[in-house]
Design a protein around this ligand. Structure first.
Ligand SMILES: C[S@@+](CC[C@H](N)C(=O)[O-])C[C@H]1O[C@@H](n2cnc3c(N)ncnc32)[C@H](O)[C@@H]1O
Length: 180
């Protein structure tokens, strides 16, 4: 391949990442290993249902989630083509049968089967996601969020990672309806 060809591919990759970061409002920044370790550690033991990772990027959380919970189905959803393609190729190598990686806008994905929703987004996305979570999640379902809180919700647990930013991780549980 010529130098010009390599340059054209590099430019297309960068442009693809920038365009989708502008569309979604967030770059595909991966969760750091220390934060990922805290998130995995916070997963409640009794997860009975599907795990969704909303905005799965390069698969930094999706693969460890699927490995940690081999008996559970993990559905990763990513809209940006390059991170999605990268994680699909990685999936071809890793072959985790309980993991699926779909290219889609997670706002269009039904979360009715979710027992756990995992995300690392940004404040405006959390605002939008809140209404969807309230409408679709079943009582008892969990939400685990890296850095950004669900506005107005009371977390069941909050932990700080031992990283440079002392990153906060929030765990929420959808309340069971009261007996009244
Ligand atoms: C900060 S990255 C986190 C990636 C991964 N979850 C992790 O923790 O390593 C956020 C990802 O969400 C994706 N995203 C944002 N809005 C989305 C949407 N509406 N549907 C699907 N993916 C979305 C972005 O493309 C980006 O890859």
């Amino acid at each position: 391949m010529t130098e010009l060809g390599i340059l054209a591919i590099a430019l297309a990759v960068v442009l693809g990442l920038v365009i989708y970061a502008l569309i979604t409002g967030v770059a595909p920044a991966p969760t750091s290993p220390r934060v990922a370790a805290v998130m995995l550690d916070m997963i409640p033991p009794a997860i009975d249902g599907v795990i969704f990772e909303l905005g799965s990027g390069w698969g930094t959380l999706a693969f460890p989630l699927a490995r940690r919970l081999p008996g559970r189905t993990v559905r990763a959803v990513e809209i940006s083509p390059l991170p999605w393609l990268f994680s699909k190729l990685r999936h071809g190598v890793d072959r985790l049968t309980n993991l699926s990686i779909r290219r889609a806008d997670f706002r269009q994905v039904d979360l009715g089967e979710a027992a756990l929703v995992v995300c690392y987004l940004f404040p405006a996305a959390m605002d939008g996601l809140k209404a969807k979570l309230e409408a679709e999640l079943k009582p008892g379902a969990y939400v685990l969020s890296n850095t950004f809180a669900v506005p107005g919700w009371r977390p069941e647990a909050v932990r700080r990672a031992d990283d440079l930013y002392a990153t906060t991780v929030y765990l929420y549980r959808i309340a069971e309806p009261s007996a009244e």
